[in-house]
Every structure is written in structure tokens, then in C-alpha cells.
Design a protein around this ligand. Structure first.
Ligand SMILES: NC(=O)c1ccc[n+]([C@@H]2O[C@H](COP(=O)([O-])OP(=O)(O)OC[C@H]3O[C@@H](n4cnc5c(N)ncnc54)[C@H](OP(=O)(O)O)[C@@H]3O)[C@@H](O)[C@H]2O)c1
Length: 252
């Protein structure tokens, strides 16, 4: 049960045909917000958007690859064309391919950084150009515990997620004067497609569980609640912050 309303607002959530992004889209729609979901697979993202229509909001699925700068820049404009405004951007699209650092190719480095960090910047820049005109806006970037804690075989991913925290801070400082707040949610181990193979191995599951004081792997909804809260009036004095949603992973 949520107590706030985002009725009349419009949100763009990247990487939202499934997993954490979809859960965030659903939580925002439950609060009355119109939502635009984004993914590379057009039929999947359109199907995901349709499932939110019964909540009584406008919900559209847009195909775009956030790792391609022109597409990352275009999606906020498409949302403004569709909904007439853009109040909320959740930069959630991300990828991770576990590879020992000695074997990381330039292609893997570029794909990871282009999706997780460069796309986040250019999508934010494009969205902010509309939010500046409105005089208000909220941007939420999805980081990771790996913004703070290194994991082996994840050099490009960890570098990108470290960058997400600093990008959040610099955009928050620059755009506060326009009424735009920029925050980051850093999830711990959340059960989604991105880590399905990894967590399917009992030794990996046990390793992760042993790091989590709350004793369970997280659900996408655990992250969605915090991301949505940061877009509400209750969070109007919060900017530049990174909130860990990790069951205590980073405490010890
Ligand atoms: N799950 C975790 O444990 C965890 C922990 C910390 C942080 N995170 C972060 O949370 C975010 C979401 O992860 P998830 O676990 O929900 O992953 P997921 O289940 O694999 O979902 C990823 C979503 O992003 C879309 N996507 C991927 N690359 C994209 C691109 N280049 N352009 C547009 N859409 C793209 C995918 O759809 P298409 O494939 O159709 O494009 C899908 O909808 C990521 O930034 C991830 O790093 C996850």
C-alpha cells in the first residue's frame, strides 16, 4: 500500500521490459503516473507496457538501445511527444557479463560503459532539457553495491557503476538550480534475469546469502519502492544521494 500520488506526472524508465525496471514502472503506475517503458526487444517491452494499462494510467512500450547515444537522446523526446511532459526519468538499463579482467575485450568494455554510463548521461541530458523548461524533475539512476565494493570478473561493470554514483552527484549539483533532483539507488543481490545463471549455482547463492545480514536475496519490488519514493514530494529535500538497498551487504 502506498500513500503518495504521482497522478498527472509522466515517467520514463529505461531497461524496463522485465526485472527491476519493470517493477519500478509498475510502482510508479500504481501511484497514478503515466509510464513509458524502454527495452531493445520491441515486442517484449510493448507486452510489458500493456500489463500496466489495468492500473488506469497511460502506459507505452518503446524500443530503444540506450547503449546507442542517438537512441538514448531520442527517448525522452518521444515521451514528451506522447505524454506532453516528462517529470521522472529512471536510468535503469544495464548489462553485466562476467569476464576475468585479463580477458576483457575493447568491445565488452565499450558495450558495458556505453549502456551503463554513457547512455545514462545522454538520456539524462536530453530529459533534463525538457525538465528545465518545466522547472521541476526527478532523475533516479540505478547503481549497485558494486559502485562501492569490487567483485572479481566484473571490471567494466564495477567501473561503470562506480561512475554512476559520481555522475549522480555532479548532475545533482548542476541541475538543482532548475528544480531537478538527481539521486541513485544502489541495489544488492536482486533476483532477476541478469544474475539468473549465477544464482542458479548453489555455491554462488550461498556465497551471496552469507554476505547479506537480512538473510535473503532481494526482489525487484524492494528496489522499486525506494526508486518511486525518491520521485515523490516526500523526497523533495533529497538530491545527489545514493541509497543502498542491499539487505545490509555493504555493512561488514
Ligand atoms: N539484479 C541485481 O542483482 C542487480 C544488482 C545491482 C544493480 N542492478 C542493476 O539494476 C538494473 C536492472 O537490472 P536487472 O537485474 O533488472 O536486469 P534484467 O532483468 O536483465 O533486465 C534488464 C532490462 O534492461 C533492458 N536492457 C538491457 N540493455 C538495454 C539497452 N542497451 N537498452 C535498453 N534496454 C536495455 C532489458 O531488455 P532488452 O534485453 O529487451 O533490452 C531488460 O528490460 C541494471 O542497471 C543493473 O546493473 C541489478
Amino acid at each position: 500500500m502506498i500513500s503518495y500520488s504521482l497522478a498527472g506526472k509522466a515517467a520514463l524508465i529505461t531497461g524496463s521490459s522485465r526485472g527491476i525496471g519493470y517493477a519500478i514502472g509498475r510502482r510508479l503506475a500504481q501511484a497514478g503516473c503515466d509510464v513509458a517503458l524502454v527495452g531493445r526487444n520491441e515486442s517484449a517491452v510493448k507486452a510489458a507496457a500493456e500489463t500496466l494499462l489495468p492500473l488506469g494510467v497511460r502506459s507505452v512500450g518503446l524500443a530503444a538501445d540506450i547503449g546507442k547515444t542517438a537512441e538514448a537522446q531520442a527517448v525522452p523526446r518521444r515521451v514528451v511527444d506522447l505524454f506532453g511532459r516528462l517529470d521522472i526519468l529512471v536510468n535503469n538499463a544495464g548489462m553485466s557479463i562476467r569476464t576475468p579482467a585479463l580477458e576483457v575485450t575493447e568491445d565488452l568494455w565499450d558495450k558495458t560503459l556505453d549502456t551503463n554510463l554513457k547512455g545514462m548521461f545522454f538520456c539524462s541530458q536530453s530529459a533534463a532539457s525538457h525538465m528545465v523548461k518545466q522547472g521541476v524533475g526527478s532523475i533516479v539512476n540505478i547503481g549497485s553495491v558494486q559502485s562501492f565494493v569490487a567483485q572479481r570478473n566484473q571490471a567494466p561493470y564495477d567501473a561503470s557503476k562506480g561512475g554512476v554514483v559520481m555522475l549522480t552527484k555532479v548532475l545533482a549539483t548542476e541541475w538543482a538550480r532548475y528544480g531537478i533532483r538527481v539521486n541513485c539507488v544502489a541495489p544488492g543481490s536482486i533476483r532477476t534475469e541478469i544474475n539468473r545463471d549465477y544464482l542458479s549455482r548453489p555455491e554462488n547463492l550461498q556465497k551471496n546469502l552469507s554476505m547479506i545480514p537480512l538473510g535473503r536475496i532481494g526482489d525487484p519490488e524492494d528496489v522499486a519502492g525506494m526508486a518511486a519514493f525518491l520521485c515523490t514530494e516526500d523526497a523533495s529535500y533529497i538530491t545527489g544521494a545514493t541509497i543502498l538497498v542491499d539487505g545490509g551487504w555493504t555493512l561488514e
